[in-house]
Write a protein that binds this ligand. Structure first.
Ligand code: GDP
Length: 450
């Protein structure tokens, strides 16, 4: 089940908690059926159970991650754990269940930490087995507050007491998520390209291991099996063609040509291209070619110089000297951000996704027509287009934005042959000086108007 095919009428409520806190009983109460096997023996729910329920006319799906153990000891447990983790990642709301009778348990904290790592969905904190007034009162005591999410809501899954309020609480939280989901931006598709052995796999593995990165296994409609979806600082990314890079025992082609073809295919599917170069190797023609293909396909570009740890004279020669060198070699993409990293030590690897996110925002940037009209007037008065030999006098009527991703502009002229390529470059440089557009190609066309 994916977020896409689960409608708002069927939000996903996922029950998480250590064994024997009463998740299966609560599951049954929520769906008003006896589906899960409730038993006092710890860990008896040996599979993830699904059920459908309704509350105040709205449907929901509830999942009990009953067999979810923190350290799987055999293959079945491992499968269950993987499935449970996937469910947590997909949850609209997580019901974090603790046991009011046993009191707060250090294992509760471990579960809470793990679920927070997996998901940003709202958490409803529930103390089950609150069957008596003294147990209900007990849930407001200090020991329960240490998670930083307030006191748990007391419920009794056996008697059903408090479950209605709990469902109201859940629906309030779902309402908040729905609004967030609607404003969600589409994922940024990223291709990490470069020649064999430059460190692409090492970079991908570093990225996926970052604490702030949530690797998602949600099958996304815009995602192919060889891609990896992840979330970083509330933005979704899809790393294009990364499965080969993620696998530890990989059979990768040693043929440079095949690698190049794969890179080109990945670039064509990407919004932003991360071109990886090596700090002590001069960029080759092939590498410049990859940058060129990225520009021509309208993708954003981030240049990553890897293996920075191998540079010994870092103390005496600063990175700016190296930057000058690489900029000279790749002068046609002078606008692309450049970052020096070491996938080996992890130095600055977290910057890559920051740059990718910033570059994508630049690709999406729109300039108002008023600003563009003022811009073209100023540009012409500073430097009018030259009258080229054997051409008609260049006359510019206007300048407007024709699109985004990447930003495209249309220069409306009397005769398009009268405007030189150099003049279009001059306008591009002016645009960049004024608005930035860091890391994104900017396209300017001259269009004839009669
Ligand atoms: P790929 O072919 O581009 O995916 O390259 P790999 O990630 O497989 O890396 C190729 C080799 O370079 C491996 O031996 C890595 O350990 C090594 N490597 C990757 N990144 C770095 C780095 O930042 N510094 C150093 N010294 N070695 C690195």
């Amino acid at each position: 089940m994916t977020k896409k095919n689960r409608t708002k009428e069927s939000s996903l409520i996922v029950l998480v908690g250590r064994v024997n806190v009463g998740k299966s009983t609560l599951f049954n109460t929520l769906i008003e059926e006896k589906k899960a096997v409730a038993s006092p023996i710890p860990g008896t729910t040996r599979d993830v159970c699904y059920g459908q329920g309704t509350w105040r006319g709205k449907g929901f799906t509830v999942v009990d991650t009953g067999g979810f153990v923190q350290r799987p000891e055999n293959e079945i447990e491992e499968q269950i754990t993987k499935h449970a983790q996937r469910m947590i990642k997909e949850a609209s709301v997580i019901l974090f269940v603790v046991d009011s009778r046993t009191g707060f348990n250090p294992e509760d904290r471990a579960y809470f930490k793990l679920l927070r790592k997996l998901s940003k969905a709202p958490v409803v904190y529930v103390a089950n087995k609150a069957d008596s007034p003294s147990l209900i009162l007990g849930t407001s005591e200090k020991e329960w507050l240490s998670l930083g999410i307030g006191a748990p809501t007391p419920v009794s899954a056996v008697t059903g007491r408090g479950v209605g309020d709990l469902l109201d609480d859940i629906y309030e939280k779902i309402g908040q998520t729905d609004t967030q989901e609607q404003s969600e931006q589409p994922p940024i598709r990223v291709a990490i390209v470069g020649r064999t052995n430059v460190g692409k796999s090492s970079i991908v593995n570093r990225m996926l291991g970052e604490e702030r990165v949530i690797v998602s296994s949600i099958p996304h409609t815009t995602r192919e099996p060889q891609d990896t979806a992840l979330e970083f600082e509330s933005r979704q990314f899809i790393l294009v063609d990364t499965v080969g890079m993620r696998k530890k025992t990989k059979v990768r082609s040693s043929l440079e040509r095949e690698g190049l073809i794969r890179s080109i295919q990945a670039i064509k599917r990407a919004d932003v291209v991360v071109l990886v170069l090596e700090s002590n190797v001069t960029p080759s023609k092939q590498e410049s070619r990859l940058a060129r293909i990225a520009v021509d396909s309208g993708a954003g570009l981030v240049i990553v110089i890897n293996k920075w740890d191998l540079i010994e004279e870092k103390q005496s020669i600063s990175s700016s000297v190296y930057e000058q060198f690489f900029r000279k070699e790749l002068a046609f993409v002078s606008w692309a951000p450049m970052v020096f990293i070491s996938a080996l030590s992890g130095q600055r690897t977290s910057k890559i996704l920051e740059y990718v996110g910033a570059v994508e925002s630049e690709r999406e940037r729109e300039i108002t027509q008023d600003d563009l009209t003022a811009f073209i007037k100023r540009s012409i008065s500073k430097q009018p287009p030259q009258w080229m030999r054997n051409k008609k006098k260049p006359v510019i009527y206007g300048f407007s934005q024709a699109g985004t991703c990447p930003p495209k502009f249309s220069l409306s002229v009397k005769d398009s042959t009268g405007i030189s390529y150099a003049y279009l470059r001059y306008l591009e440089n002016n645009l960049r000086a004024l608005y930035g557009f860091s890391g994104t190609p900017v396209m300017i066309y001259s269009e004839m108007r009669v």
